[in-house]
Design a protein around this ligand. Structure first.
Ligand code: HEM
Length: 139
C-alpha cells in the first residue's frame, strides 16, 4: 500500500503540473487580452486544479503518517510546508476567482493566485536533478 501511495503521489504531480500550467497560461492570456470573457470552461480548469491539489494533500498526509520517523528533514518540514502553502494559493485561486465580479477581475485573481501556486509546487518538488534527491524518480 505504501509503494502504491508513493507511486500515485509521484505520478499525480505530472497531472497536476499539466493542468496547473494550462490554467496559468490561459489565465495570463485572458488577462492580457482586453474584453475576453471568463468562460465556464476556465472556471472548471481552476476547480480541477484545486481538486488535484487537495488529492495530493491527502496522499501526502497518508505518506507522512506511514513513513513517520523514517523521513528526512526535507520531507518532514520543507516539502509539506511549501506544498501546503501552494495548496492554499491554489484554493484561493479557485475561490477568489469565483467570488470576483467581472471578467477582468476573475482573470486577474486566477492568473495571480495560480501562478503563485505553480511557483511553489515547482519549488517544493524533490526533482531528481537536485543534489540529494537523485534517488527520487521522474514518475
Ligand atoms: C501539490 C502538492 C504535492 C506535490 C506535487 C508533491 C510531490 C511529491 C513528489 C514528486 C514526491 C517524490 C515521490 C517519489 O519520487 O517517490 C513526494 C514525496 C512525498 N511527499 Fe509530496 N507532494 C505534495 C504535497 C505533499 C504534502 C502536503 C505532504 C505532507 C503533508 C507530502 C508528503 C510527502 C512525503 C511524506 C513523501 C515521501 C518521501 C519519501 O518517500 O521519502 N507531499 N511528493
Amino acid at each position: 500500500m505504501l509503494t502504491g501511495f508513493n507511486h500515485l503521489h509521484s505520478a499525480l504531480r505530472w497531472v497536476l503540473l499539466a493542468v496547473l500550467v494550462w490554467t496559468v497560461i490561459r489565465a495570463i492570456i485572458g488577462r492580457r487580452t482586453e474584453g475576453t470573457a471568463f468562460s465556464a470552461q476556465q472556471a472548471k480548469l481552476g476547480l480541477i486544479t484545486m481538486i488535484l491539489m487537495h488529492t495530493q494533500l491527502l496522499l501526502g498526509l497518508a505518506l507522512y503518517m506511514m513513513k513517520m520517523g523514517d523521513l528526512s528533514r526535507f520531507f518532514t518540514m520543507e516539502h509539506p510546508m511549501i506544498m501546503v502553502l501552494a495548496i492554499v494559493a491554489g484554493t484561493f485561486g479557485h475561490i477568489l476567482t469565483k467570488k470576483a465580479e467581472g471578467d477582468q477581475a476573475k482573470w486577474r485573481k486566477q492568473s495571480t493566485w495560480m501562478s503563485i501556486a505553480l511557483l511553489l509546487v515547482l519549488a517544493g518538488i524533490p526533482w531528481p536533478f537536485l543534489a540529494g534527491f537523485e534517488a527520487y524518480g521522474w514518475f
